[in-house]
Design a binder for this molecule. Structure first.
Ligand code: IFM
Length: 406
């Protein structure tokens, strides 16, 4: 028995709620056609092409009503409860609660109060993310993260939410600042389509400041609350030798742990979103393992153990705030969960202070610029009818939860 370990799944507002209006919504409408056209250039397996929507359809790339979780959260939480979950991670849609600069919509805030209450009624601890990728349009129009006042805007929003959801005890400020910065401010593939090292650096510095200020806002209102960020942390493995060791060191310092090390003083826990292993051997991504998810991402449970061991030295409690895979046929998910959790247990047995695991995701959902086709859910969503169907791997996860609790 591992005492008090929390088990659950995670979601994010824009990916599941439906009918959001934010910078991503705008971006999707602008880019859907081109994304569908580019998909024509790739080879797809039939089981993906025959799904709905398929990557070749424009509607795949527009979040629209998504899973309609905004209206169906109670039904979805009933499912999570039936699957033995004891906690649930979700995000607040900033654009709903502050649709205009400085004007908070109390009706929308009441909605999130109901979400929190619904979790509590079902015996699940709410883990709340303040910002999971999407920005209100007014803020995006002011330059988003690049606006010098971004940290102040974020702290004001954090303060308002902490006051409004006073009974929440676990907060995550930013989801995956590293990914926001890399895709949106370096590669220009996602909103706000900025390029280059300068905007990468500046966006990271802004988000670091924003985290510190939001941390303070929440703690001033709720000193007992636990506040952290959900970071995208990979295991960089050196293949050995001076050059590879040096490259691994640089990747860890300036990519993996850059945000973490600069926000550690304003963190009560480390939130780890873990998906990738990156073997460094005269270059990056020289992975040998051939097992892959539908998105072509490597399945390599050892990397979970290794990243958790690397995090031990920071001396903070750790929550795995995301870990999962796109697997439309549900052929890998059960063993994926089992093996990644075995890695977690191994790290715990060696003294790592790990307190929870949130599978990504509870539901199939809108996977950003890939759209709906990647199926990350423990629960399948039929996007025509919005019917939910529990996948066999979700029951396998439940069995593991019960074993850990026994
Ligand atoms: O869907 C995303 C999520 O929004 C952030 N972390 C990674 C997931 C899978 O790509």
């Amino acid at each position: 028995m591992i005492q008090n370990f929390l088990f659950g799944a995670a979601t994010a507002s824009h990916q599941v709620e439906g009918n959001t209006h934010n910078d991503w919504t705008v971006w999707e409408h602008k880019n859907a056609k081109e994304l569908a056209r580019r998909a024509e250039e790739k080879k797809w397996p039939d089981y993906i092409l025959n799904g709905f929507p398929s990557p070749l359809q424009e509607e795949n790339y527009v979040s629209a009503r998504a899973c309609d979780h905004y209206h169906r959260f109670r039904e979805d939480f009933d499912i999570a409860k039936s699957l033995g979950h004891t906690a649930h991670r979700f995000s607040i849609e900033w654009s709903r609660v502050e649709p205009e600069e400085g004007k908070f919509d109390e009706k929308e805030i009441a909605h999130y109060r109901e979400v929190v209450a619904a979790l509590r009624e079902r015996g699940m601890k709410p883990f709340v993310t303040l910002w999971h990728y999407t920005l209100p349009v007014w803020l995006a129009e002011k330059g988003g993260v690049m606006n010098g006042k971004f940290p102040e805007y974020f702290a004001r929003y954090a303060d308002h939410m902490a006051r409004s959801l006073a009974d929440v005890s676990f907060w995550m400020t930013i989801n995956e600042p590293e990914i926001v910065a890399f895709h949106g401010y370096y590669k220009g593939q996602r909103p706000p389509e900025k390029h280059g090292f300068i905007s990468l650096y500046r966006s990271m510095r802004r988000m670091i400041k924003a985290h510190h200020m939001a941390y303070r806002s929440i703690k001033d209102v709720a000193p007992e609350a636990h506040v952290g960020a959900a970071m995208h942390l990979s295991w960089f493995e050196s293949a050995g030798g001076l050059v590879n060791d040096a490259l691994k060191y640089l990747m860890d310092r300036f990519v993996n742990f850059y945000f973490l090390e600069r926000t550690i003083k304003s963190s009560d826990f480390i939130g780890v979103n873990h998906y990738f292993h990156n073997r460094v051997d005269g270059g990056l991504n020289k992975n040998r393992n051939k097992e892959k998810t539908d998105l072509g991402w490597e399945i390599y449970p050892e990397s979970m153990y290794q990243i958790l061991k690397q995090l031990q030295k920071y001396g903070l409690p750790i929550y795995i705030t995301e870990n999962g895979l796109a697997d439309a046929r549900d052929v890998e998910r059960a063993s994926f969960i089992e093996n990644y959790l075995m890695s977690v247990k191994r790290a715990i047995n060696e003294g790592a202070d790990i307190r929870g695991y949130f599978h990504w995701s509870l539901l199939d959902n809108f996977e950003w610029d890939s759209g709906f086709w990647p199926r990350f859910g423990l629960v399948e969503v039929d996007y025509r009818t919005l019917e939910r169907k529990i996948r066999p791997s979700a029951w396998a996860y439940k069995k593991i939860i019960e074993t850990w609790q026994a």
